[in-house]
Ligand binder design. Structure first.
Ligand code: SF4
Length: 407
């Protein structure tokens, strides 16, 4: 609570700074001045001590041209700060700044993806297809009216995710489809498929009519959701457009004709979400266990396979994680899914270590080993399955430590 003297000083600063803005023509069409004046006008002080200066400020308002001109010294901002300092209770809930981030809203978007959330309450979503550079630039520039910008690479799961995330935000009324559509190496055509969805809808098997992409079938959205989506948003087709300036101009243009939030909502198809837990119990694979390590001298990954009696069965070598686990599966060196997942994880870590030149230590598999018969010692050739596990990228020799690594 400000003292009478502090309040008087604050009122002087607020009035003085607003007078500066009133005489500066650049401020008349600036969101900073207009929003600050409207916010202060809604307070008790604004209706009493500041009523005259606020009325004078309103008289100079012109149609807003920019949210904020970014001036090094902003008169309304100084006034707003003085107000909040003198009247913290009244200032706490005020919406004083038009450029303040409003981006995060818990639960939106509901599905993860390759996108940047800009602000929840804006009317435009940008789907830049395969052009990541557009998304990066827009997320830095944050043009007014932009809610979200992302890429989309496939005509089935990609389109389904856009539909679900847009339906979860009724403020979005425009979808700008821009950027590069084709990925020659893969052959998807998500942009052309999206346009076809708006033009033709789905056939009886949920295939997008007229889509030329690989598998343009939407299995994870209902017809009701698709219909609501094409009603909620207006498609702005700009496939092939790579200019961020052109896309930004279109975002502004759409924002100016924002019809307001979509009044109808559809109930999303429920999908079970399961919180994954660590396994409590670790069961050994009857086929044996593995010791994996990178061999930086030969630029190879190496996997030694041992029987559960500690006898080396064979050594697999290769240059990629996929080659090695495929060979292990082919040779039936794995009989358990959790063992296969473990081997894949350790090979991926070893491969990363090989590429980055970083040390590698084989991790233990998750879960507690089942109780064993008591033993005097626990060496690499022990039937218990303990194996030498410390391996570094600098050395392909595999044993300076022994730990129970299960496989
Ligand atoms: S940023 Fe502040 S000082 Fe600059 S034009 Fe806008 S209101 Fe005026």
């Amino acid at each position: 609570m400000a003292t009478a003297e502090e309040a008087s000083t604050a009122l002087y600063v607020i009035t003085d700074q607003l007078e500066e803005a009133i005489t500066a023509t650049k401020c008349h069409k600036c969101g900073c001045l207009q929003q600050t004046v409207e916010a202060l006008a809604g307070t008790d002080v604004g209706r009493a001590e500041l009523v005259t200066v606020l009325a004078r400020a309103r008289n100079v308002f012109l149609p807003k041209k920019y949210d904020c001109l970014g001036c090094a010294v902003c008169y309304p901002a100084i006034a707003a700060n003085a107000f909040v300092e003198a009247y913290p209770d009244a200032g706490a809930g005020l919406d004083l700044c038009p450029t303040e981030e409003r981006e995060e809203r818990h639960g939106w978007p509901p599905l993860p993806g390759d996108y940047s959330v800009i602000r929840y309450g804006a009317p435009v979503a940008v789907c830049a297809l395969n052009s990541e550079v557009i998304v990066k630039s827009l997320s830095e520039q944050k043009p007014e009216g932009l809610a979200i910008a992302g890429t989309m690479h496939t005509e089935n799961l990609g389109i389904e995710r856009v539909i679900k995330n847009v339906l979860a935000n009724p403020h979005i009324r425009f979808l700008l489809l821009c950027g590069e559509d084709t990925q020659q190496a893969i052959g998807h055509l998500p942009g052309q498929s999206f346009e076809s969805l708006f033009q033709n809808g789905l056939d009886e098997r949920s295939r997008i009519i007229g889509a030329r992409g690989k598998r343009p079938v939407l299995k994870n959205v209902s017809r009701e959701e698709v219909e609501a989506f094409v009603h909620q948003v207006e498609l702005v087709p700009m496939i092939g457009e790579q200019s961020v300036d052109v896309v930004s101009a279109q975002i502004r243009s759409c924002s100016e004709r924002d019809p307001g939030s979509y009044p109808y909502s559809v109930r999303p198809t429920p999908v079970e979400r399961i919180h994954a837990r660590e396994p409590a119990r670790l069961t050994l694979d009857k086929a044996g266990y593995f010791v994996a390590y990178p061999d930086p001298r030969r630029k190879h990954l190496v996997v030694e396979h041992y029987t559960n009696q500690g006898v080396m069965n064979c050594v697999l070598e290769g240059t990629s994680t996929g080659a090695l686990y495929s060979e292990a599966i082919e040779r039936r060196l794995l009989t358990r899914l959790d063992h296969a997942a473990y081997l894949g994880r350790e090979l991926a870590r070893a491969e990363h270590s090989l590429i980055a030149g970083a040390p590698f230590v084989q991790d233990a598999a998750p879960g507690e080993l089942a109780p064993r018969e008591p033993k005097d010692s626990c060496a690499a050739d022990s039937p218990c399955g303990c194996a030498p596990a410390l391996v570094t990228a600098e050395s392909s020799s595999s044993s300076t430590e022994t730990q129970d690594c299960r496989k």
